[in-house]
Design a protein around this ligand. Structure first.
Ligand code: PBG
Length: 323
């Protein structure tokens, strides 16, 4: 045998020398759930180790993350049922919990990168990402709501706005609204290829944001398709996106690779709530070792993602796995 690939695996030094993919704290984005009130820290049942924080505790959490070198946060609000309506007006009203949270994080930690979520579902009495009429999700009417929401986020200090709604034309529409109002420096991270997935269950539990009727298949993508992702990415590029995102992550590694190979924008992978729940449950039962977490996160980078939104972000730093 002239070729013995095992020679390149014979010691830790050699294995490290030829390692192609590395994960660093700068690649990680930590999603955080916010709830109204004071001194609240309520664990999400299906996501052990993940909490809904009131703003005071959110600031403590951000501080401890910053001390670990974790500096990018994606905020999601749990909105009281009584504040929800058909047009998600709570999403852009002045002084809402969400806007106060953005302001508080930016004021206390100016160097933190705050990413905000634009979509109607946490504020919609229908639990959909757009306006519902006769069981249909209206596209163009929804854009107006998304525009108001994005503008409110920008005014509160958002660094990056991430529309997760999957309405057509939203990136171009939001880019125009932001630019016309002087926010040319606020970035857009598009949920480019967001699939109609069963892996969002724990997230919807965390926010109480599940659709009241029907599903999201008329706007989120069919898990069986990959070529549609190219169309979505092409449109996002043309409409002014700064990042392309693939969501969920693990079941869609091929889509991450596809976008990476065809587009030159940075690619973000969203390692979603159900993926987190699945690993945590298996680890808690002793069916998998914790090493599965780093293996999973590395797979996103190997596939071509530059940034990873993951509920594991803080834990991997606390446990020193990135050293
Ligand atoms: C909704 C939204 C969802 C997530 C982020 N934004 C769920 C959905 O589309 O119902 C899911 C994130 C996760 O599961 O971790 N706009």
């Amino acid at each position: 045998m002239l070729q013995r690939p095992r020679r390149n695996r014979k010691s830790a030094v050699i294995r490290d020398m030829i390692q192609e993919t590395h994960l660093s704290s700068s690649n990680l984005i930590f999603p955080l759930f916010i709830v109204d009130g004071e001194n609240q820290k309520v664990e999400v049942k299906s996501m052990p180790g993940i909490f809904r924080y009131s703003i005071d505790n959110l600031l403590h959490e951000v501080e401890s993350c910053m001390n670990l070198g974790l500096k990018a946060f994606d905020l999601f609000p749990a909105v009281e049922e009584s504040l929800k309506d058909k047009y998600a007006t709570e999403s852009y009203r002045e002084g809402t919990l969400y806007l106060r949270a953005i302001e508080a994080v930016k004021k206390n930690f100016p160097e933190a990168c705050v990413i905000t979520d634009v979509a109607m579902d946490p504020y919609s009495s229908d639990g959909h990402d757009g306006i519902v009429e006769n069981d249909e999700i209206l596209n163009d009417e929804t854009l107006e709501v998304l525009g108001k929401m994005a503008l409110a986020h920008a005014r509160s200090g958002a660094d990056i706005i991430a529309p997760s709604d999957m309405m057509d034309g939203r990136i171009g529409y939001l880019r125009e609204v932001l630019d016309q109002n002087g926010f040319t420096n606020v970035s857009l991270m598009s949920y480019t290829a967001k699939y109609a997935s069963a892996y969002y269950g724990p997230f919807r539990d965390a926010l109480g944001s599940a659709p009241k009727k029907g599903d999201k298949k008329t706007y989120q993508m069919n898990p069986a398709n990959s070529r549609e992702a190219l169309i979505e990415a092409q449109l996002d590029m043309e409409e002014g996106a700064d990042f392309l995102m693939v969501k969920p992550g693990l079941p869609y590694l091929d889509i991450i690779k596809l976008l990476h190979d065809n587009f030159d924008l940075p690619i973000a992978a969203y390692n979603v709530s159900g993926e987190y729940a699945m690993l945590k449950a298996a680890i808690a039962n002793g069916w998998l070792s914790e090493a599965a977490i780093m293996e999973t996160l590395l797979s996103f980078k190997r596939a071509g993602a530059t940034s990873i939104l993951t509920y594991h972000a803080k834990e991997v730093l606390e446990k020193g796995w990135l050293k």
